[in-house]
Design a protein around this ligand. Structure first.
Ligand code: GLV
Ligand code: MN
Ligand code: MN
Length: 426
């Protein structure tokens, strides 16, 4: 807990002044390869070295912390998560899996455990899409799900107003400046590198708390997709450009935002469920002046579903609306594909190992699907995987008031340690 609170101090957000929020209200902004991210990485590596583990980093900055097994030729057992945080996030997303993983390894060693397979903690680069537009950057490269050249050409998406922004610089340039050199083609891990993988994470939803359940064992991860839209209209003086002559890019974008919401709600109504979700979370208005008609708007779409076909049918209906809005408002819309991933499935064996660890620990658990995405989706391409969730207050995440009980973090870490130990000696 002390280390979690220390890590939370590496933030680009001042402490919240909002007295309506429950404690703790330390808002965390830690964008990949910013000074704050680099300081946090340095501190974490030192903690791992002080604990006696070997560390290495790959060309994109994924960090490996290794405890060598007695049979180093066997595939390793891995655990880990991310330490980057979206703007105005909380202090538990990702970090619980990193420091929980480190604590699991440390405690097992202090307890005299001797692993046959190597145990490895992996800290992923840029799980969050804030800076380069795509989530799970490090794990996509590890799993071979992202072309290295395409990755290196991704550009910095931080708004120019951000102190850390390097607008227009590529990932290749930004990672080199951060000290991560060499071709990204070297990042992919071989298929037999990990024999088993477990990520500990906060649930980021309300179910465990509502059901008074200690832990969640994740059996699958919902399928995320994201796109970027550029709406080009015609700008001008807010007083002199008369309404009949307008081709306002923001008005057109506003109709599109409501269109995708409408089709997502309709998909849920048709299925009688709540599995379809769509979010427009970033809108950039050009030129962004009070008295200027917007000539260009760029917005992102994050769309997810447990059912890929349903996700695609929402997109088709949305695209038909885009064509109609283009015609009606005389604007042009360009769609850029960012990612469209399949759902991931957990390994029955690792799920059973986690169930056994819960029983040993006397923890109640539910099997569940993750609606948030995780680096584990991409580890699933190269290894048998599962995830372990701990409850978080009111299901709140990606907000400063994200909170998990220390007891829940301890319980999750203990179950993780037991499961890692069992897998390491198989
Ligand atoms: C992860 O941060 C997600 O957006 O699901
Ligand atoms: Mn997150
Ligand atoms: Mn996360």
């Amino acid at each position: 807990m002390r280390e979690l609170h220390h890590l939370a101090q590496f933030t680009d957000c001042p402490p919240s002044q909002d007295t309506s929020l429950p404690e703790p209200t330390q808002a965390v902004t830690r964008i990949v390869f910013t000074s704050r991210d680099m300081e946090a990485r340095m501190w974490l590596k030192q903690v791992a070295v002080d604990a006696g583990f070997a560390t290495r980093e790959d060309a994109v900055g994924n960090t490996f912390i290794r405890w060598q097994g007695t049979d180093p030729n066997l595939s390793a057992v891995g655990t880990g998560s991310h330490t980057d945080a979206i703007p105005h996030a909380g202090m538990y997303d990702g970090t619980v899996g990193v420091l929980g993983g480190l604590e699991a390894l440390r405690s097992l060693r202090e307890a005299g455990f001797v692993p046959k397979r190597s145990l490895e903690l992996l800290i992923f680069t840029s799980e969050e899409p804030t800076r380069f537009g795509i989530g799970c950057l490090g794990s996509r490269l590890l799993g071979g799900a992202l072309d290295p050249n395409h990755a290196d050409a991704l550009t910095d998406r931080l708004p120019e107003t951000e102190p850390n922004a390097t607008v227009g610089l590529t990932l290749a340039q930004v990672r080199e400046a951060a000290g991560f050199k060499g071709p990204l083609s070297t990042v992919k891990l071989p298929q037999n590198y990990y024999g088993a993988w477990i990520e500990l994470h906060i649930e980021q939803g309300p179910l465990l708390e509502l059901e008074y359940t200690d832990l969640g064992i994740v059996t699958g991860i919902a399928a995320p997709a994201s796109y970027r839209y550029t709406v080009s209209g015609f700008g001008g003086h807010a007083g002199a450009l008369l309404m009949p002559d307008r081709r306002d890019a923001l008005c057109a974008a506003a109709e599109m935002v409501l269109s995708v919401e409408r089709h997502t709600l309709a998909a849920n109504a048709a299925s009688g469920g709540v599995d379809s979700v769509a979010t427009v979370g970033m809108v950039n208005v050009h030129p962004g002046a009070v008295n200027s008609v917007p000539s260009r708007v760029v917005f992102t779409l994050d769309i997810r579903d447990a059912d890929v076909a349903r996700r695609d049918s929402i997109l088709s209906a949305f695209r038909a609306d885009i064509r109609a809005i283009e015609a009606k408002r005389h604007v042009n819309v360009r769609e850029e594909f960012i990612n469209a991933d399949a759902p991931a499935k957990s390994s029955d064996h690792i799920v059973a190992t986690l169930e056994a660890a819960c029983r040993t620990e006397g923890a109640t658990y539910h099997k569940m699907v993750s609606r948030a995405y995780h680096d584990t989706s991409f580890m699933a391409l190269i290894a048998p995987v599962a995830m372990l969730f701990i409850p978080c207050r009111n299901g709140v995440s990606h907000r400063p008031d994200e909170y998990a009980e220390p007891e829940a973090i301890v319980r999750g870490t203990r179950v993780l340690a037991l499961a890692l130990a069992a897998l390491a000696n198989e």
